[in-house]
Design a binder for this molecule. Structure first.
Ligand code: GLU
Ligand code: MG
Length: 449
């Protein structure tokens, strides 16, 4: 909905909205914000709401990191709610929500703002590629409940089971109705492979809107589950033996005449993809290792991306192949491709921005992705991988972040401030993880040694 500030003021008055939540995402992917009253709204849209810059130096555990870039003396940025993102929360009383761009004291984009980085890159796509980038975020997520102090799947539904959706009808319908009322269009609802695991597909739309929509999904899934006495989680691998939850991003490019610029039915490889599409994919593969640090940014992410799980573990692309990093859907479906390396713990603005930056690098340097993989690459030996030029994705957060720290192209794309602080945050999380002694570890070693 392309509301202006005046539209928003009018709706707030007409609908008697009393509370407006203004929100943005930190680098760890957590949603942060404040609630303002209608009398402050006009001023907020004009001048923004101040937050300490130090909030961007927090990690996923909500802890301030050592040696932060933004200290107590580093002042504030201002979160300016974007009127185009105004939505009424249909499941709350007289409450609306707006997503923000972050600006500095002079009202210029704050260099640490991920949403701004994405907007800048999307403009570059338009001038370089002659079309607009579209995306559809496809998130898998679990519904859990607490049983004797343990978290367990909320039901025991099987893959594509109509029963899963039936058992959770109350949640599913409330969730989908809420999304639709908030302007997020949904296409399909499925019971996924894991018990209690669902997938709700969002309709493709302009990349910025699609990314905002993912933020809405992430928030509403948890809030409605909580209202129903359940725990909704996008965490990538809640259970060692059950399917992980991926976040797949479908990417396409259309010009103003509605032509699909990634489609070409004269493609000699028979995939009906254009040269632009191949080069974009080439860029995604070239930056695959560091894209993973952005798309799958948690210690838990790497427990999901294991061979033989339908989550990618290798850097390659292929048609109709679920073991690859970039999947080309079957030819009966519209020409596009799907990046399968994300999960729900990412900051979607950073993920979209880095996907676009990697693709643009492929376009600028005419990077060809090589031959598509048509087999399940999960079980290739080292020798076979070498022969085919297929590399493994990072196996840990540490490895992924090391790759990101070498990636000057992504650094430039999201801005050096974000890149540096992000790497520090993720290294702090890794460090905390390596220090942690789990119950499992204690039991195992205390009994044997
Ligand atoms: N659950 C898998 C993942 O973690 C994806 C399964 C599917 O292709 O739907 O990415
Ligand atoms: Mg799925």
């Amino acid at each position: 909905m392309m509301y202006t500030a005046d539209d928003v003021m009018k709706i707030v008055k007409e609908q008697e909205i009393e509370f407006i939540r203004v929100e943005f995402l930190d680098y760890a992917g957590l949603i942060r914000g404040r609630t303002i009253r209608p009398d402050n709204l006009r001023d907020a849209m004009e001048r923004g709401i101040n937050f300490s810059t130090a909030i961007m130096s927090f990690d996923s555990f909500d802890e301030y990191i050592p040696n932060p870039m933004y200290g107590a003396g580093d002042g504030d940025f201002f979160a300016v709610p974007d009127p185009a993102t105004f939505v009424i929360l249909p499941y709350r009383r007289k409450t609306a929500r707006m997503l923000c761009d972050l600006v500095d004291e002079n009202g210029d984009p704050w260099p640490g703002c991920p949403r701004h980085a994405l907007k800048r890159l999307l403009k570059e796509v338009e001038s370089v590629m002659g079309g607009r980038m579209y995306m559809a975020y496809e998130q898998e997520a679990y519904l859990l409940r607490e049983e004797n102090g343990r978290l367990v799947p909320a039901d025991d539904s099987h893959c594509f089971s109509p029963d899963g959706v039936d058992i959770q009808e109350d949640f599913v319908q409330s969730f989908v109705h809420a999304l639709e009322a908030m302007g997020v269009r949904t296409e399909q609802i499925s019971s996924e492979y894991g018990p209690g695991q669902l997938e709700v597909n969002l309709r493709y739309t302009h990349a910025l809107q699609a990314t905002d929509d993912q933020v809405t999904f992430k928030q509403v899934f948890k809030q409605i589950a909580r209202d129903k006495g359940l725990i909704g989680t996008l965490m990538p691998k809640p259970f060692e033996h059950l399917a992980g939850s991926g976040l797949h991003v479908h990417i396409s490019l259309y010009n103003d005449a509605g032509e699909n610029l990634f489609a070409d039915n004269t493609d000699p490889r028979g995939l009906d993809l254009s040269e632009k599409a191949y080069h974009f994919i080439g860029g995604l593969l070239k930056h695959g290792r560091s894209l993973i640090a952005i798309g799958a940014p948690s210690i838990n992410s790497y427990k999901r991306m294991r061979p033989g799980t339908w989550a990618p573990a290798h850097i390659c692309y292929g048609a109709g192949n679920r073991s690859v990093l970039v999947r080309i859907p079957e030819k009966r479906r519209t020409r596009r491709f799907e990046f399968r390396g994300g999960d729900g713990t990412c900051n979607p603005y950073l993920l979209s921005a880095c996907l676009v930056a990697a693709g643009l690098d492929g376009i600028h340097n005419r990077i060809h992705p090589g031959e598509p993989a048509s087999d399940d690459v999960s079980w290739l030996t080292e020798a076979q991988m070498q022969e085919r030029g297929i590399a493994r994705l990072p196996r840990t957060l540490e490895e992924a972040v090391d790759s990101l720290s070498q990636d000057t192209i992504l650094a430039q794309a999201i801005g050096r401030e974000i890149w540096e602080e992000y790497i520090k945050i993720k290294r702090t999380e890794w460090e905390k993880y390596t220090r942690h002694v789990s119950d499992w570890e204690r039991r195992l070693f205390a009994q044997r040694f």
